[in-house]
Design a protein around this ligand. Sequence first.
Ligand code: NAD
Length: 368
Amino acid sequence: MLTFEKLYAEGHEEVVFFSDASCGLKAIVAINNTILGPALGGTRLWRYSDINEAITDVLRLSKGMTYKAAVSGLNLGGGKAVIIADPNEKSEALFRSYGRFLESLNGRYITAEDVNIGVEDIEHIFTETNNVCGVAKTHGGSGNPSPYTARGVFRGIEASLTKVYGDRSVKNKVVALQGAGSVGRNLGELLYKNGAKVLFTDINEKNIQAFKEAVPNAEFVSSDEIYDVNCDVYAPCALGATINDKTIDRLKCKIVAGAANNQLDETRHGEILRQKGILYAPDYLINAGGLMNVSIEFEGWSDSKATRMVDTIYDTTLKIFQISDEQDVPVHKATDMLAEARIESIRQIKGSYLGNIPHRFPGRKKRH
Ligand code: NAD
């Protein structure tokens, strides 16, 4: 059940329900934090079993976006939305109704693609509101984010190699890649082009074939075997929570660095990785390339801007490793600390000079 105590505890600012029986719209938007800027996060369409399941998901995801934007240096807050629906029952009317409601939030929340929402759905939302990104390139948007997510993960792998081996090059390093989907395939290509040896797994035959064509020297292993192979880097690019009690003792890598969200089943698994001498690259930072890519849509997207921004992941990852060492905390904790410190520092400066401006200058708007 949704309570104000729960919202206070996680710092959520606003939770909005949109309903439109004419098209079956049942949507929930959660705005977790707007200290750094408007809340940006995708909309997930899912067949939730009940409204409480949807609320739990949207609250958890929106808080995650606050941390992701903050640690990535973006001037964005964290928010997320869910639509309770059967993916087979998507319609233009549903997304246009949703877009009209989003417009009423006046830019405090900006949406984008997530599970079961594709660019064609985004286009319907875009008909009704500007507060959406991930729009098609033909309409001035940034297109598919996966190549940028993969580039960011590649930079995170390079930073991890620098920390462990004193050299960022992936040449002759062995990477065990789990998940040959959009991000996995793009990452595989980058690794191959830069001289790494790639072992990979997937459960989807079409994606396996496409991966083999894109990464000619890749060697396929079964989906269970991926945890047992000798490698330098284990790169989870399929599911979350693959670092768990069943897998952690099987890993023979020096580094865990991949695209999947929430790779640690529980936070204690981050501590165990550290004790085992396995370096964990912060998942929500190194997979932020896609978010960085969409974030520049409003100022005019270009490949060079997106690439330059994504490449900052290398330095930020190294900074987090340094905090982890200096403060003697696991990497996931150091990542949270950096995100929280940034939000807190900006909260302070806003308080010092923006406080009463809207009252003194009623005709002027704040930037967000
Ligand atoms: P995708 O659906 O294109 O690819 C996922 C792949 O994982 C599929 O090929 C699927 O068959 C495979 N898979 C599923 N279960 C598996 C299993 N048990 N063993 C092996 N393979 C399995 O998704 P994607 O867009 O490439 O995203 C990959 C991961 O990265 C996801 O966890 C996603 O949340 C995360 N992520 C993606 C982006 C992005 O820009 N696409 C951004 C941030 C995070």
